[in-house]
Ligand binder design. Structure first.
Ligand code: HSE
Length: 392
């Protein structure tokens, strides 16, 4: 098999990881010839003569067939990927923000130039979800995809509920371990999960989901009392991403919402930086994918798998199309809503309220709400509300 010369952008947690992996496996015939970084002052665990700061060093080098893009800045990444395609280079990327925001244009550009654009590492780290949705789940009709797709928030919630860590301690540990984004708000406010969900939706259902189609609430509003409630009722608290289609296969609900999950549910058993994804289909019912969703070597394993897929010419084909637009379908769910007891709260959007609790500092209600009502609703936008779905 031919040797592959790679230009690598970024030498952070994952970039440094894939360099080490390829160095340890010369038998793969894949060599990183140049590495472009932003800060030349930092110490690097690789020969200095590999490093450059000018992107053209890679983009204009005809000896490099493959670009592996693992930088943080999604706008810079977008420019790099576009120019690489125009130069006939294939690209492997882990930049979920860039892919979610520009996938239509980038996919079209990669197709026009006949190159591969692969991004398994962008979604759920080591868990091979994209290629499975793309290839394996091509015939059986999918009904939903539901899961934990952000390792940092799952790590934080696990540390808070199992080890009574404070939110800030747990977040700091997630950063130290290299799970969190450099701007951790992307994790804790649910943006990272929303980018991943839109990529999942594309490969699962051919759905074109924009970021503001996704009902999104992160984990920053969760109150200590909510964790106590979860414990008392035998639930685990998880940040759940879900994508659902209606009976006609039309894209109908996309959300990222903290959720109470039964302890026996596979998602309830998914802890720390692990991710878990349930894929629902008409014939197989539900299947579960589980593995490390963040971190240096788990993410490198997905990049490595894409490199080997590239070697045999693999390209995503988008067999389910790319034009399944969102339709409005009324879908109700059961929710828990907690808020400071001195807050005046309009509960009129609840269809039913089955439980209501008041205490000196924090109140809560449990009832049913239509998901559609939650778009741009104070319950999701206002940080003093903690809105948690029951996973039913
Ligand atoms: N910050 C991301 C996470 C990294 O915690 O899941 C992997 O995409």
């Amino acid at each position: 098999m031919r040797n592959i010369n790679v230009g690598l952008f970024g030498f952070g947690v994952v970039g440094g990881g894939i360099y080490k992996v390829l160095e340890a496996k010369p038998q793969l015939g894949v060599s990183i010839k140049k590495i472009v970084i932003k800060n030349p002052e930092k110490e690097r665990e690789a020969p200095l003569n590999l490093f450059y700061t000018d992107a053209n060093e890679i983009i204009e080098d005809d000896n490099l067939q493959l670009v592996v893009e693992l930088i943080d800045d999604s706008e810079a990444a977008y420019q790099i990927v576009k120019r690489s395609f125009e130069k006939g280079k294939s690209v492997i990327s882990a930049n979920k923000k860039m892919i979610a925001e520009h996938h239509e244009e980038l996919i079209a550009l990669s197709q026009t130039n006949g190159v591969s654009f692969l991004y398994e590492a962008a979604v759920c780290g080591s868990v091979p979800i994209i290629r499975n949705l793309e290839e394996y789940f091509d015939n059986d009709l999918l009904t939903h995809v539901k899961g934990i797709v952000n390792g940092s928030t799952n790590f934080i919630l696990t540390q808070m509920s199992k080890y009574q860590s404070s939110y800030s301690e747990a977040l700091q540990l997630a950063q130290e371990k290299g799970f969190a984004e450099s701007n951790p708000l992307l994790d804790v406010e649910g943006f990272d999960a929303a980018y991943k969900l839109s990529i999942i939706a594309l490969h699962a259902f051919g759905a074109k989901v924009k970021q503001n189609d996704i009902i999104k609430k992160g984990i920053t509003s969760i109150h200590q009392n909510d964790l106590i409630y979860a414990k008392e009722k035998g639930f685990q608290l998880k940040l759940i991403a879900q994508a659902v289609v209606n009976e006609q296969g039309q894209a109908s609900l996309f959300s990222i919402i903290p959720s109470f999950v039964e302890r026996s549910n596979p998602l309830g058993l998914t802890n720390n930086e692990y991710n878990g994804v349930l894929v629902g289909s008409t014939l197989a019912d539900e299947q579960f994918f589980y593995g490390k969703g963040a971190g240096r070597f788990p993410t490198s394993s997905a990049v490595l798998s894409d490199i080997s897929a590239y070697k045999y010419g693999y390209k995503y084909e988008f067999k389910k199309g790319r034009n399944n637009n969102l339709v409005e379908v009324v879908r109700e769910g059961r929710f828990f809503l907690s808020f400071p007891s001195n807050k005046i709260v309009d509960l009129s959007d609840f269809k039913t309220i089955e439980e209501s609790y008041q205490s000196a500092n924090r109140n809560y209600v449990v009832g049913t709400l239509a998901y559609q009502k939650l778009k741009d609703h104070p319950f999701v936008n206002d940080a003093s509300y903690s809105l948690i779905a029951f996973n039913e």
